[in-house]
Each structure stands twice: as structure tokens, then as C-alpha cells.
Design a protein around this ligand. Structure first.
Ligand code: M6R
Length: 610
């Protein structure tokens, strides 16, 4: 998500910080800023848009001083403009933050009631107010930050300066990464190793709950109990390019492995586990609409269309509203019947895909309400929609969408639970089960990736020379089959088809012979027995069947060339797990073939042409 750098030493630091931020550009951002302490005062410079704008501002207005913090922001709460850019300064405190503060609504209410003048739409500024409040109460910076943290729920990496404490940066971490290090007589910090590499290779990754105080040539780390801890620095031997990818060979692989964290961020603050429900505030739709809506149209392209197919399944099943899903490019071209009793859900990672944008806009002009399910804050769809439910996956650099897909599925399921509860169609006990299942999901995703990586890499080597690959699934596994095929085509250039397993005998079975790998997505669900029959049909034609199954499915293991197991979970959640081995398979085939995994030929990350 966002990037942090910090420096305290003997050199003028504004340029150093700026260069550190440039090294974090690959992560994606939409504004940037610096705060530098000149020994007397803290000076802040911020700019929306590309980092060069900050560079130009810095050339016009150099910031003197040898202690400072910098930030590249990727908007999660509030538009990507200068007011929302970090650092946020409140009284004599300047602060940068990565992560998402869950209880921002309550905090804003409490601070406003206490007379705070909040300038931005961000959750971050609230933390600066909390720290400033504690410092006004007489605490020093370290104690004030610690006291403020006690009020926060959510994820954060923070770096904070105080006017009254020149030559000092206080940092804290919970949930979002933060590394600190020593570089000659400077102490430095960053959200990611690449920012630090030209300064030092000796770093320490803080653990959740830890804080540190950085001063010239000094680094003190404190544990969650407030006591100083002695933690050795570790030598990093990654090249700068490896470091950008956190040691992964490609961004796509890094993003596949980021999925547990990305899903956690999608869920953050949205599950009401006590009530077995979903908090609706952030969906932003009038709850009355939940009652009155008669039809839902989901529109999207590519991978987002596959997530939208699951969205339809969730909405019909849990909220009992008629729903249809359509490729945005087709929807907009066919003069669809849409009106004021309809809700259009536009699903898009970038929020800029022109077909999805135009389809939703045209529906809105005919009176439908539009809900955007979008990853990029303040993107075109978010600005046009009546309400936007953000997926919070963080920037996705690889052209092939992975973490954005699974977080879209999670967001659509959250929305369907919300809708189902408000319409009275989803019993409380079932909603509570789904909410608990969602809460377990990040750990299951982590475990699936860990347990299947090597097995899938071996499968990919075995099947890398296949000319055609089939992917089959039923019910919620059908969009997963489509997604498995799309991933493989787009990065490895192998011809692949995703099919509803029930359609096999209506045509595609003619393709099956001993040279064709057939991936069957077959978790234990209501379609299981029928999918097994389809699997047998492929086997009977010598197809090389690989099945994605629920762990412990020995019957399937006996029938297939290979099985990849995923943990047991509710039927609604299985697509998030079963797609993981298919993402890995596409990745390892492409890597084996040596294609340009992150920037496959002919494809763009954001498709703004029709
Ligand atoms: O930004 P969007 O989600 O609207 O993009 C839609 C498609 O262009 C996108 O999902 C595309 O199919 C990806 N390359 C899939 O990996």
C-alpha cells in the first residue's frame, strides 16, 4: 500500500527522503509528502499526483533539517488530494501512517466533540490528533504515541515527529510492515527494505506491538509491554530489484502471497462478529434500498467479471433478489431494461475500465442506483457511483489480477450478507456462520498457499508443454474454472478453456485426449457428485485429470493423476481457496516458459479504451 521513509542523522535529509520515496514508487501511490524538523520547527511539503510534483515543490522550497519523515500515499480513506496526503501535522506533531484504522468513525466523533479541527478525510489525521492531545497533556513523544495506540483498532505502521523533540523519530508497528536500521551515524526507517538499501543493508523488521525511537546513531526498540528489547540487526543480501519484490521473483507471485493480508484488509472493520452480521456504514447504500431493490445487474470485465459471477450467486442465494451478471461491453451495447428499482453493481479493480464505467453510467442515467466495488479510491467508477465499497487490496502491479480477484469475491460476499440480513432472507445463524468463516479465511488462504506451492510448481513443470488445457467447475467453482483458464492464457500464452462442467458433453469433451490436462475444481459442495461424474467422463477419454479438492478427499485422489487439497470451508468461501492453486499453476507455467509474467504481451493493467 503506502510507503514510509524516515531519517535522523547529520546530513540535510529532505533530498534523501525524496530519493527514498522514489525507490518505493513501484508500489503505487497517488500523493506524496515530507516533514522535516530544522531543530526549531517542523516543515511539511505535500503534493497530489506523481512524486515529481513533490520534487519540483522541494526544488522551489528546500526543507532544511537533518530529521524527517516521508510518505507515498495510496488512498484508502478519502480522496487522493493534497489535504489528504501525509504527513499530517497537528499542533507540533507530524505523522505518517500505513494501514487502516478500523475505528476511525468513532475516533472522528470523539475528537470532534472534544473540539479538534479535523482538516482531512483520512483516518491518519485522527492519529496525529490523538498524539497531539496526549502531548498537550504533558507526555513526551514516545509515551504520547504509546497512549494514542491504545485507542486504535486496525493496522498501522507509524512514524512521528514532535516539534519539542528535535532529532527524534518515534515509530510503531501493528499489522503493517516497518523496518528500521542504522546507516553510519544515521538511524533510518521505512515500510519496505528497498527504500533503505542505498543507506544500509543492516536492518531489523519490527514485530507487531513493537515501537522504536530513532536518534542520531541510535536505535532503541521497545516491546509491547514498553520495556526496551535487544534485537540484533539482520544483513539483507537482496539486490535492489529483488527487494522491490520482497524477495519474490515477480510481482505476481508476491501479490499471490499477499492475499492473506489483502483479504484481512478487505474484512477490516466490516465484520460484526458479536452480532453475526456485516457493518453497513461503509457500503454507503441507503438501507431502504435493500428492501426496495427488485433486480441487481452486475457488470464487469475480465477477472472482475468472474468475481461478479460469484456476486450474482451470493446475492440470489443469500438476499433472494433476482440478479444477472453481464460483461460490461455487452450490457452497454444491448439497450438493457434497467430502471429506478434496479441496482447496478460495477465491479472493477482499477475503477477506470471504460466499458464498466459507461455501462454503469448509462444505467444510472436510466434511474438505477450504482454501487461500485472498486480497489482504487476516487477512481472514475467510484466518483460516478452512488456508493462505493472498496476492496482495499492495495496496489496490484502485476497485470494478471490475483489479490484483486479474491478481495472482490470477499467484498461481494460481505455485500450479499448485508443485503440478506436487511431483507430478512438470510437467517441469523447462517449469517453468523459465514461471518466466522470469513474471519478464518485469511489464515486458510495463508495455509493453502504454503501447502500447495511446491506441489503446484511440480505440476506446472509436468504440464508446461501442453497445447490446450481445460478447466471445469460447477456452481461457485464455474467462475473459478474460468479464472484459472484466463490466468493461464494471459501470462503463459497457452490456450485454455474454462467450462461449466455440465457443458462438457455438449461440445468440449471432443477436445479431450491423452495430451490434454483437465483441471477439475471439485470442493465438497452441493455439486460434488455431479462434478465427479464429469471428472470420470474426462478420465474415460484419457484426459490427464488434476482435481482441486477439499482436504482428505481420498476418493478423488484415487481417480486423478494428481489432486491439490484446500481446507474445508463454507461453500460460499471455497472459490477464494480453490482459485489459489490455479493462480500458482498459471504463474509457474509462465515462469517455466520464461514469459514476461508481470507485463504479458498485448495487455494493459487498466483498459481505458473501448
Ligand atoms: O480494472 P478492472 O478490474 O475493471 O479490469 C478488468 C479486466 O481488464 C482485468 O480483470 C483483466 O482481465 C486482468 N488482466 C485479469 O488478470
Amino acid at each position: 500500500m503506502c510507503g514510509i521513509v524516515g531519517y535522523v542523522g547529520s546530513e540535510p535529509c529532505a533530498r534523501l527522503l525524496y530519493e527514498g520515496l522514489q525507490r518505493l514508487e513501484y508500489r503505487g501511490y497517488d500523493s506524496a509528502g515530507l516533514a522535516v524538523h530544522d531543530g526549531t520547527e517542523i516543515h511539511v511539503l505535500r503534493a497530489a499526483g506523481k512524486i515529481e510534483r513533490l520534487g519540483r515543490a522541494l526544488a522551489e522550497r528546500p526543507l532544511p533539517g537533518t530529521t524527517g519523515i516521508g510518505h507515498t500515499r495510496w488512498a484508502t480513506h478519502g480522496r487522493p488530494n493534497e489535504t489528504n496526503a501525509h504527513p499530517h501535522r497537528v499542533d507540533g506533531v507530524a505523522l505518517v501512517h500505513n494501514g487502516i484504522i478500523e475505528n476511525h468513525v468513532e475516533l472522528r466523533r470523539r475528537l470532534t466533540a472534544a473540539g479538534a479541527r479535523i482538516q482531512s478525510e483520512t483516518d491518519t489525521e485522527l492519529v496525529a490528533h490523538l498524539v497531539a492531545e496526549r502531548m498537550r497533556g504533558g507526555l513526551d513523544l514516545l509515551a504520547a504515541v504509546r497512549a494514542a495506540l491504545a485507542e486504535l483498532r486496525g493496522a498501522y505502521a507509524l512514524a512521528v515527529l514532535a516539534r519539542g523533540e528535535p532529532g527524534r523519530i518515534v515509530v510503531a508497528k501493528s499489522g503493517s510492515p516497518l523496518v528500521v536500521g542504522l546507516a553510519g551515524d544515521a538511524a533510518v526507517c521505512a515500510s519496505d527494505v528497498p527504500a533503505l538499501l542505498p543507506w544500509t543493508r543492516d536492518v531489523l523488521a519490527l514485530e507487531d506491538g513493537e515501537m522504536a525511537v530513532l536518534e542520531r546513531a541510535s536505535l532503541r526498540v521497545y516491546g509491547p509491554d514498553g520495556r526496551a528489547v535487544d534485537r540484533p540487526l539482520r544483513r539483507i543480501d537482496w539486490s535492489p530489484v529483488m527487494a522491490e519484490k520482497a524477495g519474490f521473483k515477480h510481482f505476481m507471485l508476491k501479490e499471490i502471497f499477499e492475499q492473506p493480508r489483502a483479504i484481512e484488509d478487505t474484512l477490516r472493520g466490516r465484520l460484526d462478529r458479536a452480532a453475526g452480521d456485516v457493518h453497513g456504514d461503509e457500503i454507503g447504500l441507503d438501507p431502504a434500498l435493500a428492501q426496495s431493490v427488485e433486480r441487481v445487474h452486475l457488470v464487469a470485465c475480465g477477472t472482475s467479471h468472474h468475481a461478479a459471477m460469484l456476486g450474482r450467486w451470493y446475492i440470489e442465494r443469500l438476499a433472494r433478489v433476482a440478479a444477472n451478471v453481464e460483461l460490461a461491453s455487452e450490457f452497454r451495447g444491448r439497450d438493457p431494461v434497467v430502471g429506478p428499482r434496479d441496482l447496478v453493481v460495477a465491479v472493477s479493480q482499477s475503477g477506470e475500465t471504460i466499458d464498466t464505467l459507461v455501462a454503469a453510467r448509462e444505467a444510472r442515467e436510466r434511474g438505477a442506483a450504482v454501487l461500485g466495488v472498486v480497489n482504487v479510491v476516487d477512481s472514475a467508477i467510484a466518483r460516478m457511483a452512488d456508493a462505493t465499497f472498496y476492496t482495499h487490496a492495495g496496489p496490484e502491479i502485476g497485470v494478471a489480477s490475483t489479490k484483486c480477484f479474491t478481495t472482490q469475491i470477499v467484498a461481494l460476499l460481505l455485500f450479499a450478507i448485508w443485503l440478506g440480513r436487511r431483507r430478512g432472507t438470510l437467517p441469523a445463524a447462517r449469517a453468523a456462520e459465514l461471518v466466522e468463516g470469513l474471519a478464518r479465511l485469511p489464515a486458510q488462504v495463508h495455509e493453502t498457499l504454503r501447502a500447495t506451492r511446491q506441489l503446484v510448481a511440480n505440476l506446472a513443470r509436468r504440464h508446461a508443454d501442453a497445447r490446450d488445457v481445460l478447466f471445469l467447475g460447477r456452481g461457485p467453482s464455474y467462475p473459478v474454472a474460468l479464472e484459472g483458464a484466463l490466468k493461464l492464457k494471459e501470462i503463459s500464452y497457452v490456450h485454455a478453456e474454462g467450462y461449466a462442467a455440465g457443458e462438457m458433453k455438449h461440445g468440449p469433451i471432443a477436445l479431450v485426449d491423452a495430451s490434454v490436462p483437465v483441471f477439475v475444481v471439485a470442493p465438497r459442495d452441493a455439486s460434488y457428485e455431479r462434478v465427479m461424474s464429469n471428472l470420470e467422463e474426462a478420465r474415460a477419454r484419457d484426459g490427464r485429470v488434476v482435481a482441486i479438492v477439499t482436504e482428505g478427499d481420498e476418493a478423488a485422489a484415487r481417480r486423478c493423476e494428481a489432486v491439490v487439497e484446500v481446507p474445508a470451508c463454507a461453500e460460499e468461501l471455497s472459490p477464494v481457496l480453490t482459485v489459489l492453486p490455479l493462480q500458482l499453476f498459471a504463474y509457474f507455467v509462465a515462469d517455466h516458459k520464461g514469459t514476461d509474467v508481470d507485463q504479458p504481451r498485448n495487455l494493459a493493467k487498466t483498459v481505458t479504451v473501448e
